[in-house]
Design a binder for this molecule. Structure first.
Ligand code: SIN
Ligand code: FE2
Length: 221
């Protein structure tokens, strides 16, 4: 499919912008990037969730996170009273986390390369589920051993306002709307920037239902 008419039509059907938006020196939003993978991605995601269901986690400070979490890959991220960390076993099942699915890995590696990070080798994927009202406070992703690798974040379902801050918690964050299929990549000099998600608005997504699911891939170990 090519030509101005069909391109315009495709953009209209998606009701969201297409292309690459730079949001930091080494950070990009890749609009709609995951859409061609969705048909492979969703069965993989269902398979992961059957083995490692979403659960509410409690922060070291004693707060229950409003987003429900799980993981796949060699390492999974957990939090409890004793702190944040990566572990090889799912504390709920005492089994290894489900393997990182093929399509998800391919998507992440390709997105990282398109954002300027060749040879991305993710070994961990955090999966967050937001129902309307759920949010993620500003934080840095800093439990990984090597900050040389970027974070690749895939958004599915309900839209979100992503907060992309600076290197200090007090830096005023950019507000970036993220839609189903958008991928954000941040790394290099931007790797430790604060980020978060504003409370998700009420809604029902035609494919994902009344929720937003976010997948963040990292090199953790
Ligand atoms: C996160 O930083 O862990 C999640 C970001 C998002 O949900 O977009
Ligand atoms: Fe994060």
């Amino acid at each position: 499919m090519s030509g101005p008419t069909s391109d315009l039509f495709a953009e209209d059907a998606l009701q969201q912008p297409i292309g690459r938006e730079q949001i930091g020196e080494q950070s990009y939003v890749l609009r709609g990037y995951a859409l061609p993978w969705i048909e492979r991605l969703l069965p993989e995601l269902r398979h992961v969730l059957a083995q490692a269901p979403f659960r509410q986690m409690v922060t070291p400070g004693g707060f229950t996170m409003s987003a429900a979490l799980t993981s796949c890959g060699e390492l999974g991220w957990t939090t409890d009273a004793s702190g944040y960390r990566y572990s090889h076993l799912d504390p709920r099942s005492q089994q290894p986390w489900p393997a990182l699915p093929d399509a998800l890995r391919e998507l992440a590696v390709q997105a990282a390369a398109d954002a300027g990070f060749a040879d991305f080798a993710p070994d961990a994927c955090l999966i967050n589920r937001y129902v309307p009202g759920a949010k993620m406070s500003l934080h840095q992703d800093k439990n990984e051993r090597d900050y040389g690798a970027p974070v690749v974040s895939v958004s599915l379902g309900l839209p979100a306002i992503f907060l992309f801050g600076g290197h200090a918690r007090s830096d005023k964050p950019q507000k970036i709307s993220l839609f189903h299929g958008d991928v954000v990549v941040w790394g290099g000099v931007d790797r430790l920037r604060f980020h978060g998600v504003m409370p998700i608005k009420e809604g029902v997504h035609p494919v994902m239902g009344p929720q937003r699911i976010n997948l963040t891939l990292r090199t953790a170990g």
